[in-house]
Design a binder for this molecule. Structure first.
Ligand code: GDP
Length: 440
């Protein structure tokens, strides 16, 4: 996601890293590069210009004696401004009605049908929602069929009336059906065309006027860059929609649409699509997205995933062991297994600040832990709980048993010792010290 833009911004911001202080000259130089990076990412020129102007004013208005170094300060200012530009806070979907009616709009191929399915699935997983999907594309029987396939896949009912040419009538019948059958959310997938045209606009605005949805969402393919922004404007002028869904962000290396759409239509991006599968949907958080764009990783999402695996009881036991210096290889193994449950390695590492960029072209093998696990499995229980006893003859035996080399065994032992030291440091109130070290 956004690899090109991230690289260019990183280069731009690098200029300031060696400088001791913010000056007009180095700020201007850096921001010229930032602006170029944004324009290359297909951000509208005026937006890019306003962006750098705001950042410049803030940078020069800063107290020189700020605790942050110029490079860090600029990264922070750019991050804050990007977050603002993308909408500040995350915006939810209005689900107040019973049923709540959600109308989907957008061009053909934008990912409307796929997203309707993703949203239905997302809401269904929230347990309190029972969605109904409605197929309202009266021109393409294949589209109706596609929605039925999606519905079947996620176990959500699909309402359709093939042969009926009146989308308003279908929508109304669907809402009545939802009321009778206890569906509390109705998601209406409408027809799209390849380009904005009057007939489509009239049709969607007729549906909009007739059924008065609680929420009207506009779906757009992020890879179309400035076109996405222009299409958003055309739809918003007619529908005054409530929010934007940016799809295909997984294939978007530039990010122009994500950055500019909010400031052009003044409507928030609510969700993003990051793949073809039904679970490839994420709530859009401007600040997390800014972090990702700046290659700062997405630590919050990483922590959330970790929390899903977190077991308080286990954590307490572990802490005691560390305090007593009794952390052994069995505990290490348990930790590894927990990490593995959090997702694929590449995915996880990509969320760590700085790591995403470094690992961009590296093929990370999810079996990377296998060697480590094999080594630990070849240790005796005594060796695992008291690694100090592992002398050279034991090392040879372990290497042989695990199909690795003595060198690899040594490496793991060394890493383990270092980890032990680090853990002690964190325990002894050194956490702050560590954080500072990491901040560099
Ligand atoms: P519609 O015509 O607007 O209903 O668009 P579809 O839902 O049929 O999507 C068009 C194509 O884009 C399909 O091949 C989808 O699988 C694909 N697609 C939709 N959303 C995403 C996404 O977030 N990422 C990727 N990579 N493909 C997507």
């Amino acid at each position: 996601m956004f690899d090109n833009l991230s690289d260019k911004l990183d280069n731009a911001l690098h200029v300031l890293k060696g400088h001791g202080q913010i000056t007009e000259v180095n700020v201007a130089e850096t921001l010229k590069e930032v602006r170029r990076a944004l324009v290359d990412a297909d951000v509208n020129y005026k937006i890019a210009k306003d962006f750098t102007k705001t950042v410049k004013e803030k940078a020069l208005g800063q107290d020189v004696l700020t605790a942050l170094k110029p490079g860090q300060l600029m990264v922070k200012l750019v991050k804050d401004e990007l977050t603002q530009l993308m909408g500040g806070e995350a915006a939810g979907v209005n689900l107040s009605g019973n049923p709540s009616v959600i109308l989907m709009s957008g061009l053909q191929g934008s990912g409307k049908t796929t997203f309707s399915g993703k949203l239905a699935n997302y809401l269904k997983n929230k347990k309190t929602k029972k969605p109904l999907l409605v197929a309202c594309d009266v021109y393409r029987p294949a589209a109706i069929n596609q929605l039925h396939v999606v519905g079947e896949q996620i176990g959500v009912e699909v309402f359709s009336d093939e042969g009926n040419q009146d989308p308003v009538a279908i929508s109304k019948a669907a809402i009545a059906h939802a009321k009778e059958n206890g569906h509390n959310v109705v998601i209406i997938d409408t027809a799209g065309r390849l380009a904005v045209d009057e007939a489509m606009m009239t049709e969607i605005s007729n549906i909009h006027t007739a059924i008065e949805p609680h929420e009207t969402l506009f779906v757009v393919d992020s890879m179309t860059g400035q076109d996405a922004v222009n299409t958003a404007k055309a739809f918003n002028d007619r529908l005054n929609f409530d929010g934007v869904i940016l799809t295909k962000l997984d294939g978007d290396t530039r990010g122009g649409a994500a950055i500019s759409i909010k400031s052009v239509v003044n409507k928030p991006i609510k969700f993003i699509g990051t793949g073809e599968k039904m679970d490839a949907i994420d709530v859009f958080y401007p600040s997390r997205m800014a972090d990702r764009i700046l290659g700062m990783g997405d630590v919050v999402s990483l922590v959330e995933r970790a929390q899903e695996q977190y077991d308080e009881e286990e954590a307490r036991k572990l802490q005691k062991k560390i305090a007593k210096n009794a952390f052994g290889f069995d505990d290490f193994l348990k930790q590894l297994q927990q990490i593995k449950k959090m997702g694929s390695m590449k995915d996880l590492l990509g969320m760590i600040p700085g790591a995403g960029k470094m690992l961009k072209d590296v093929d990370i093998d999810d079996d990377a832990f296998k060697g480590i696990e094999a080594i630990i499995h070849s240790m005796t229980p005594d060796e695992r709980s008291t690694p100090k006893i592992i002398n050279s003859s034991r090392k040879k035996r372990i290497a042989k048993g695990s199909g690795t080399s003595v060198q690899e065994v040594n490496q793991l032992l060394k890493q383990f010792n270092q980890m032990g030291k680090m853990m002690k440091m964190m325990q002894g109130g050194g956490g702050r010290q560590m954080m500072n070290m990491m901040k560099g």
